[in-house]
Design a protein around this ligand. Structure first.
Ligand code: NAD
Ligand code: ISE
Length: 336
């Protein structure tokens, strides 16, 4: 069975995901697209050679009889409305991060999904599908490291545009780590603090850069994450889990080593698309297979909600400079 997919939001990642579903993955076909910028949607149809109808609105696309499943890849503030509409229509929906821009928005989605009686939402936290992070999870779960005690991590981008402002370091960037560490450790957060080191001269006036986020989990694991979005040299994701019996480091992306001109060197990626290319493939294949089987798995609405709650507290901590408490409501049995 081919899962007939409608894509809402045909910008950068909407096009990327449409390309991979059409050219790399199996079992799915893009039959519908929609974007507030209709010309943009039409251009993607033409560039990718899709046999897809362009809908004037996301709501019409969701309601279409020949759309079995929905991809929401529009701007964050529009996600909640589309995910709710897909749940209402009983259609599986893959939603890029963030699930919603407020914790309340995520809660609304959870309530609707529970009301619908089955999981329909997969959130685009693709790091869970990255082979390096999966090895780390196995090492932690298998007890090889003993109990995890600390995580040292970094999320570095070469540069960010003018529209990237201080809270985006949390909502746009750290949000991936906020999900990944909960998943790696099978734990939740208890507190957050954000420190601002000396600012790089490469950052524009509306963004504090770099930032250091300090998290504590319920089980007492201490985590430090450096967010440095104008680091200049490349896109660099680092993670080391320190356990009682040893340390596990996230593998570096595969790269040739050169011995040349008196130097030993290897290239550093510049772009998150390449760094997580394989993870995006695996996550979307899982969504297509889940939609075909009527069984959606992977990062859930609850995970989107948990990351949003922690993210909101981190933004509060940016503003207060204090250690702020993170309180997670009890997880409904529906989410296992
Ligand atoms: P983008 O600006 O390139 O594309 C977003 C598209 O959504 C635009 O074409 C815009 O016209 C369209 N849009 C806006 N409002 C809409 C509406 N109401 N209905 C339909 N379309 C609408 O942005 P992007 O970089 O592709 O990011 C899109 C989403 O994907 C964001 O939520 C972003 O956080 C997420 N994202 C995730 C990753 C990841 O690593 N998982 C990476 C990049 C972006
Ligand atoms: C971007 O929005 C993403 O989601 C990428 O995965 C992330 O690493 C990058 O820093 C963000 O800008």
């Amino acid at each position: 069975m081919t899962v007939r997919i409608g894509v809402i939001g045909t910008g950068m990642i909407g096009e990327e995901h449409s390309r991979r579903i059409t050219q790399t993955l199996t079992g799915g076909a893009i039959v519908a697209v929609s974007d507030v910028n209709a010309e943009q949607a039409q251009a993607v149809v033409e560039r990718l050679g899709l046999d897809a109808r362009v809908y004037a609105s996301g709501q019409e696309l969701i309601a279409a009889d020949d759309v079995d499943a929905v991809l929401v890849t529009s701007w964050g503030p529009t996600h909640e409305e589309y995910v709710l509409a897909a749940i209402e229509a009983g259609k599986p929906v893959f939603c890029e991060k963030p699930l919603a821009t407020t914790a309340q928005g995520c809660r609304n989605i959870i309530d609707a999904e529970i009301e619908a009686g089955k999981r329909l939402v997969q959130v685009g936290f693709m790091r869970r599908y990255d082979s390096g992070y999966q090895l780390m999870k196995e090492a932690i779960g298998g007890g090889r490291l003993g109990e995890p005690l600390m995580i040292h991590a970094a999320h570095r981008n070469p540069e960010v545009p003018e529209r990237y402002v201080t809270p985006m370091a949390i909502h746009d960037t750290l949000i991936h780590e906020l999900d990944t560490f909960r998943w790696l450790l099978d734990d939740d957060y208890k507190s957050a603090q954000v420190l601002f080191p000396r600012k790089t001269r490469h950052a524009h006036s509306k963004v504090e850069d770099p930032q250091m986020v300090l998290l504590e989990t319920v089980k007492g694991v201490r985590i430090d994450v450096e967010i440095f979005v104008n680091c200049r040299y490349g896109y660099d994701i680092q993670c080391a889990v320190v356990g009682e019996e040893g340390i596990a480091h996230l593998p570096e992306p595969q790269a040739l080593q050169y011995r040349q001109a008196g130097k030993l060197a290897s290239e550093i990626l510049q772009d998150w698309k390449k760094r997580f290319n394989d993870a995006f493939d695996v996550e979307l294949q899982a969504f297509i297979d889940g939609a075909a089987a009527g069984q959606i798995g992977g990062p859930s609405s609850w995970d989107g909600y948990a990351a949003a709650i922690a993210g909101d507290v981190c933004v509060k901590a940016q503003e207060s400079g204090a250690i702020e408490a993170i309180e997670m409501p009890e997880r409904p049995a529906f989410y296992g």
